[in-house]
Write a protein that binds this ligand. Structure first.
Ligand code: NDP
Length: 276
């Protein structure tokens, strides 16, 4: 699978599995675990999770899904801002490693800005990286101004910024995405299907029908066609996990791209970063 190079030398795959809403209900647990395992068997090389998801429940499911595999997928994990102080960031990482039963998190992100001072969070990230507990670190839900602040504080911040970005929410294209591209920082697009809300849009359905793919595949393929963008659709269904992976094979012609632009126009000016 294609990937983006991080300055540490690590490769960030362009497509991974999301896990929000997993680990919340014992009734759905078996299905969620099965979907993750199936996705890994199919070749998804990355999983995104957070201590927030199911209060650690999603991380436990991830731990179970990756247990006993020859190669561990690239693990992205986010820390709560209220746990992001100098000391708590490290403790939160240790809890996650334990829940996932792994030695190292590949990419550790601050879930959103707030809570502890950024200086403290970054200091803890550096300590974790020096100790080999994380590979790279980055942020999430940071708008262009937040990224400027972060870059001023820490010139080493270049791993990723995970933000809401999809066909129906193209605000980051105005300033955030160009800013990140200039510095070779990959944007990790969350909610690529707008949590399912995009899939009923008639323009998307029509264009997908014309090129012989599903609306979800078209939405994901469009993100993958944006330079410097990676994404992490979530599904608890085997069929949809498989469907989403096949977005890698969807080829978008200039004509389809311009029809998508007509149906889902790019921003005309600055739009504050949206967040879920
Ligand atoms: P997505 O846009 O990935 O959509 C997920 C929803 O779409 C689920 O209801 C899923 O249902 C459904 N779905 C998935 N695939 C298909 C398909 N092929 N056809 C029809 N429906 C489908 O939303 P998420 O908000 O989950 O975003 C993805 C990931 O991004 C999260 O899981 C999380 O890891 C991360 N994230 C990060 C945030 C942050 O603040 N940093 C905020 C939000 C998300 P089903 O499971 O039943 O298939």
């Amino acid at each position: 699978m294609r990937s983006c190079k991080l300055s540490s030398g690590a490769s960030l795959p362009v497509l991974g599995l999301g896990t929000w809403r997993m680990g919340e209900s014992p009734r759905r647990r078996a299905e969620e675990l099965d979907a993750l395992k199936f996705g890994l068997d199919l070749g998804y090389p990355m999983i995104d999770t957070a201590e927030r998801y199911g209060d650690g429940g999603a991380e436990e499911i991830v731990g179970e899904a990756i247990a006993g595999r020859g190669t561990c997928p690239f693990i992205v994990r986010k820390v709560y801002p209220h746990n992001a102080s100098r000391v708590c960031t490290i403790a939160a990482c240790e809890r996650s490693l334990k829940r996932m039963r792994i030695e190292r998190i590949d990419l550790y992100l601050l879930h959103w800005r707030g809570g502890a001072r950024l200086e403290e969070t970054f200091e803890a990230f550096h300590r974790l990286r020096d100790a080999g507990k994380i590979g790279d670190f980055g942020v999430s839900n940071f708008d262009a101004g937040d990224m400027e602040d972060a870059a001023r504080l820490d010139r080493g911040l270049n791993a990723s910024n995970q933000v809401l970005y999809c066909l129906s929410r193209r605000g980051p294209e105005h300033d955030l995405l160009p800013w990140m591209r200039e510095r070779s920082i990959p944007l990790m697009a969350y909610s690529p299907l707008d949590q399912g809300g995009l899939l009923g849009k008639s323009a998307l359905k029509k264009l997908a029908g014309e090129i012989g793919c599903t609306p979800a595949q078209l939405a994901i393929a469009w993100l993958l066609a944006q330079p410097g963008v990676v994404t992490i659709p979530k599904s608890s269904s085997r069929a949809r996990v498989k469907e989403n992976l096949a977005a890698l094979d969807v080829k978008l012609t200039p004509q389809i791209l311009s029809e998508l632009d007509r149906a889902f126009p790019p921003p005309k000016g600055k739009q504050p970063l949206e967040m879920l």
